[in-house]
Design a protein around this ligand. Structure first.
Ligand code: 5GP
Ligand code: ZN
Length: 137
């Protein structure tokens, strides 16, 4: 139970208290998750799907997409900790499967216009198979 005046955004809220976010009917990733649009799926489970990016920028370019419509990483809370852990664990598993784990790879999420986000449904880019520069352009 939250304290009076603490609002609804308490980081201490347990995961079980969090309501699932509603699907956005206009969101292309929600439609891919639902199977209404085609994709090249390399993994799926209860929490997420992983698909090959339609316009790959590296030899391996996979998108890890939670099933739930979360607009961006800016909307994550402590209650999403298990989801985030599962996303990174799956990224590591897929990197090993793709043969990019040994030399290293990048996991990136873009937020908002200046961050380079073009699809407003949380996703992590798993990119590898070449060296990347730092900082990103
Ligand atoms: P963002 O720009 O939001 O960080 O990343 C969105 C990514 O989704 C881009 O790399 C883009 O190529 C990819 N993308 C956009 N539409 C589709 C689609 O319909 N299918 C797949 N597989 N990838 C898409
Ligand atoms: Zn969505």
């Amino acid at each position: 139970m939250s304290e009076p005046g603490s609002g609804s955004e308490s980081a201490a809220q347990p995961a079980s208290a969090r309501r699932p976010r509603p699907r956005d009917p206009d969101c292309i990733f929600c439609r891919i998750v639902a199977g209404e649009l085609p994709s090249d799926r390399v993994h799926e489970d209860d929490a997420m799907i992983a698909i090959r990016d339609i316009a790959p920028r590296s030899p391996t370019h996979i998108l890890l997409v939670p099933r739930e419509h979360i607009p961006s990483a800016a909307d994550l809370t402590a209650a999403d900790g298990p989801l985030l852990g599962a996303l990174f664990q799956t990224a590591a598993m897929l990197a090993a499967r793709e043969g990019i784990a040994e030399r290293g790879y990048r996991v990136v999420t873009n937020i908002g216009q200046w961050g380079g986000q073009s699809v407003d449904h949380l996703h992590f880019h798993l990119m590898g198979g070449r060296a990347f520069t730092w900082p990103p352009g």
